[in-house]
Design a protein around this ligand. Structure first.
Ligand code: C2E
Ligand code: CA
Ligand code: CA
Length: 667
C-alpha cells in the first residue's frame, strides 16, 4: 500500500482521529496468518500448474523441451524450497510475498530464456500468449501490495519485449501481442489497485465498527455499573442487591444452597445527622460501609446499601451459630470504628448498628420476600432490645410467624365485621378510694370467635398501619361509652407513636371531642416509652396540639425503656404509670428500693403517679405507704366490657351530681 493509496481512500471518522501510518500498520497486521497461508497455498498451486505445462512444452517446443522442462523443475523446486524456508522462519508476510513475486518472475524469465532457443518459433509465438497469466498471477492471484504487484508485472512485460528481439516474429505479431501484453498489464494493475483500495476500505469499516462496538459495550458497562452502584458509599444499591437476592434465592430453591440475609441499621442516625450535619452523616455512612464491606467480603459474602442508613448483607449459610457470629461481627466492626456520637439517648458515645438476621430453612417456603420480612422482624426486635445488638429471626416467635400475616389480613376487615371491641379497667384513687377513671383496652376476635391478645395484634396493626383507623375508632368508642354518660370522670386510651407521627391525629381527636361534646380534659392518651424510642419532632408537635385541646398525656409503662427519663424532660406529662414489673419485684429488698427510687424521682418532678398491676391487699397497702396517687390492677378490677363495667357507688354519685348540674343549667 502506498501513501497515495491511503490518501485516496475516503477517510472514516476513526481514520481522521488516527495517524495513517498507524492505520497502515494495523492493516498489514490484520489477518496476517491467513494471508501467509494463502500465499503459501497459492504458490504451491501455481508451481503445480507451471510444471504441468511441461506437456505443452513437449508438444510445441519438442527440440528444447527437455531443457525447458528441466528449467521448469529447477525453478519450481527452488522457489518451493525458498517458500518453505521463508514460511517457517518467522519473517513477515512481506518476505513471503517477495518470495512469491520472485517465483513469478523467475518462472517466466527462466522458461522464456530457454524457450527462445527453439527452432519452432511460430509455436513459441503462440505459446507466448500464456506469459500474460504471470501478470494475472502477480496482480490478481496473489494478494501483493500494489507496488510489488506492479513491479512484478512490469518485469514480466519488459522480459516479454526483450524476448521479441531474441526470436524472429513478424511486425503484426509484435504489434498484436505487444499491445495485448500492455493492455493486460494496464487492466490487471488497475484491478489490483481497485482491489487493494477496496480491501483497505473494508478493513477500515470493519475496524471502525469494531471500535464503535467496543465503545458502546464500554459505555453500556459503565452505565450498568452506575445503575447498580450507590453513589455515596460505592456499594451495590438496592436494585443490584435485589438481583443478587433473587440469584441466591433461586440457588437455594434449585440446589439447596442456603444463604443468610442480614439487615443492618445505624442506630440513632437521624440524631447524628441533626447534630453533626449531613456531610458528617455521609462520612459516617461511608466509613461504616467500607468497614463492613471489607469484613463481609472476607467471609465470602457481600453487602449493599438498602437505602438511608440501612444496609443489607448476604452470605452463604453454614450453621446457625455461624449466622449469630457474623451478625455479631457486623455489630462489633462498627462499634470498633469508634465514630463519635455523643448525642444518643442511651449514653453510648459512639456510632453503633442494630442487626437483624434471617436464613433459609426448610420452612422458608416459596416466597423470597419472606426472608427479608423475617430479617426485618429480627431487626425490629434488635432495636426494641435497646439497639447496638444483633438478633436472629426466631421462627417460634408468634409475632414473626405466618400468624402475623393472618392477623394483618384480619385487621383489614376487623372494624366492619365487628371483630374489635373495647374493655375497661378501673383506675382507683388511693386517698379517695374512689374509681376515678378507667383505661380502655382493645380486644380483637377472629371470625370463629377466638380472641387474639393485644400483645399479638397491636404490633401487627402498627406495622401494617391499621392502628391509625383502629386508634381513631377506639377514642370515639371510649367517648361514647364512658364519657358521654359520665360513667367515669376520665378515661384513658392507649395510643402508639405511629398515631402521633401520622399527620392530622390531633385534628381527628379534636373532631371526635367536638362531635361527642366532651371536654378535652376528660380524655387521657397513654404513650408507651417502649419500642419507638426516638422522639420525633412531629410527635412533639402533635402532643403540643393535644395539650392545647386540654387532653391529658400520660406516660405508660414507665421504666421499661430507657427513653423515659429524657421524655420526662421533653414532655409535660400529667400522669406517669409505673410498669407493673416494678411492683411485682418488690418481694426483694432491691426491688422495693428501686420502686421507692422511681417514686421519689417522679414526685420530685411534681408528677402524678399511677402504679399498674396491683393484684392483692399487700400491694395495695404498699401503695398507701408510698403515697401513690392512683392504682390499677386485678385487685381493683379486671378489664371488662362496658355492660359489666361498674365504677362503684361513689362514681354513681358523681354522675348524679353532674346530671343535676346539667338540669340546673338547662333550667
Ligand atoms: P398496657 O397499656 O400496659 O395495658 C395494661 C395491661 O396489663 C392490659 O393487658 C391489662 O389487661 C393488664 N393488666 C391490668 N391489670 C393487671 C394486673 O393486675 N396484673 C397483670 N398481670 N396484668 C394486668 P392487655 O389488655 O393484654 O393489653 C396489653 C397491651 O396492649 C397494653 O398494655 C397496651 O400497651 C396495648 N393496648 C391495649 N389496647 C390498646 C389500644 O387500644 N391501643 C394501643 N395502641 N395499644 C393497646
Ligand atoms: Ca396502657
Ligand atoms: Ca401499662
Amino acid at each position: 500500500m502506498t501513501q497515495s493509496l491511503v490518501d485516496l481512500v475516503e477517510p472514516t471518522p476513526y481514520q481522521r482521529k488516527t495517524n495513517p501510518g498507524e492505520l497502515r500498520g494495523l492493516y498489514r497486521k490484520e489477518g496476517e496468518a491467513t494471508r501467509r497461508n494463502s500465499a503459501r497455498q497459492g504458490l504451491w498451486l501455481a508451481v503445480g500448474a507451471y510444471l504441468s505445462f511441461s506437456v505443452i512444452d513437449l508438444l510445441l517446443l519438442p527440440d528444447v523441451a527437455l531443457h525447458v522442462i528441466a528449467a521448469r523443475f529447477a525453478i519450481g523446486i527452488t522457489v518451493l524450497v525458498a517458500l518453505e524456508i521463508v514460511y517457517h522462519t518467522d519473517t513477515g508476510t512481506e518476505w513471503l510475498d517477495l518470495t512469491c513475486a520472485t517465483a513469478i518472475v523467475a518462472g517466466y524469465v527462466g522458461w522464456l530464456a530457454v524457450a527462445v532457443t527453439t527452432h519452432y518459433t511460430e509455436n513459441l509465438s503462440y505459446f507466448m500468449v500464456f506469459g500474460s497469466t504471470f501478470m494475472l498471477g502477480a496482480n490478481l492471484f496473489f494478494r501483493f501490495r500494489f507496488l510489488l504487484s506492479v513491479l512484478t508485472s512490469s518485469i514480466i512485460l519488459l522480459a516479454f519485449f526483450a524476448s521479441l528481439y531474441l526470436f524472429p516474429v513478424s511486425m503484426p505479431y509484435q504489434i498484436a501481442l505487444g499491445s495485448f501484453y500492455v493492455s493486460c498489464f494496464v487492466f490487471t494493475s488497475y484491478v489490483n489497485w481497485k482491489l487493494n483500495r477496496e480491501r483497505y476500505n473494508v478493513f477500515l469499516n470493519a475496524l471502525e465498527a469494531k471500535i464503535q462496538h467496543g465503545e458502546a459495550t464500554e459505555r453500556g458497562k459503565a452505565l450498568l455499573r452506575l445503575s447498580r452502584t450507590d453513589p455515596l458509599t460505592g456499594l451495590e444499591n438496592r436494585r443490584a442487591i435485589d438481583e443478587k437476592l433473587r440469584e441466591n434465592w433461586s440457588n437455594w430453591q434449585r440446589y439447596g444452597k442456603g444463604f443468610v440475609a442480614l439487615l443492618v441499621d445505624v442506630d440513632f442516625f437521624k440524631r447524628f445527622n441533626d447534630y453533626y450535619g449531613h456531610q458528617e452523616g455521609d462520612r459516617c455512612l461511608v466509613r461504616v460501609a467500607d468497614a463492613l464491606n471489607v469484613m463481609i467480603a472476607g467471609k465470602g459474602g457481600s453487602i449493599g446499601r438498602y437505602g438511608g442508613e440501612e444496609f443489607i448483607a448476604l452470605a452463604p449459610f453454614k450453621d446457625e451459630r455461624g449466622v449469630a457470629a457474623l451478625a455479631e461481627d457486623i455489630r462489633s466492626t462498627v462499634e470498633k470504628l469508634a465514630i463519635l456520637h455523643s448525642h444518643r439517648r442511651d449514653g453510648i458515645p459512639v456510632v453503633t448498628v442494630s442487626v437483624g438476621a434471617s436464613f433459609t430453612r426448610n420452612q422458608t417456603g416459596t416466597k423470597l420476600e419472606k426472608i427479608i420480612h423475617e430479617a426485618d422482624r429480627a431487626l425490629y426486635l434488635a432495636k426494641a432490645h435497646g439497639r447496638n445488638c444483633a438478633r436472629l429471626f426466631d421462627p417460634n416467635d408468634p409475632e414473626s410467624s405466618d400468624e402475623s400475616e393472618n392477623i394483618a389480613a384480619l385487621l383489614k376487615i376487623a372494624l366492619e365485621q365487628n371483630l374489635v371491641s373495647m374493655v375497661y379497667q378501673p383506675i382507683q384513687g388511693i386517698s379517695s378510694g374512689r374509681i376515678e377513671g378507667a383505661e380502655a383496652l382493645m380486644r380483637l376476635k377472629m371470625l370463629d370467635g377466638t380472641s387474639v391478645p393485644p400483645s399479638l395484634f397491636i404490633p401487627v396493626a402498627e406495622r401494617v398501619g391499621a392502628i391509625l383507623g383502629l386508634g381513631r375508632w377506639a377514642i370515639r368508642k371510649v367517648c361514647e361509652d364512658l364519657l358521654v354518660f359520665d360513667r367515669v370522670e376520665i378515661a384513658s386510651v392507649n395510643v402508639s407513636p405511629i398515631q402521633l407521627k401520622a399527620p392530622g391525629f390531633a385534628a381527628a381527636v379534636a373532631a371526635i371531642l367536638g362531635e361527642t361534646g366532651i371536654a378535652g380534659n376528660r380524655l387521657a392518651l397513654e404513650i408507651t416509652e417502649g419500642l419507638e424510642m426516638e422522639m420525633h419532632s412531629d410527635v412533639l408537635r402533635c402532643i403540643g396540639d393535644l395539650k392545647l385541646l386540654g387532653v391529658n398525656i400520660w406516660l405508660d409503662d414507665f421504666g421499661t425503656g430507657f427513653a423515659g427519663l429524657s421524655w420526662l424532660r421533653l414532655i409535660d406529662f400529667d400522669t406517669v404509670k409505673i410498669d407493673r414489673s416494678f411492683l411485682h419485684d418488690c418481694d426483694s429488698e432491691k426491688g422495693l428500693a428501686m420502686l421507692q427510687d422511681i417514686v421519689g424521682l417522679l414526685r420530685n418532678r411534681g408528677l402524678k403517679i399511677l402504679v399498674e398491676g396491683v393484684e392483692n391487699e399487700e400491694q395495695l397497702e404498699l401503695m398507701r405507704q408510698l403515697r401513690i396517687d392512683q392504682i390499677q390492677g386485678y385487685h381493683v378490677g379486671r378489664p371488662v366490657p362496658l355492660e359489666t363495667f361498674d365504677a362503684g357507688p361513689q362514681n354513681r354519685r358523681y354522675r348524679q351530681d353532674r346530671l343535676a348540674k346539667g338540669v340546673r343549667k338547662s333550667a
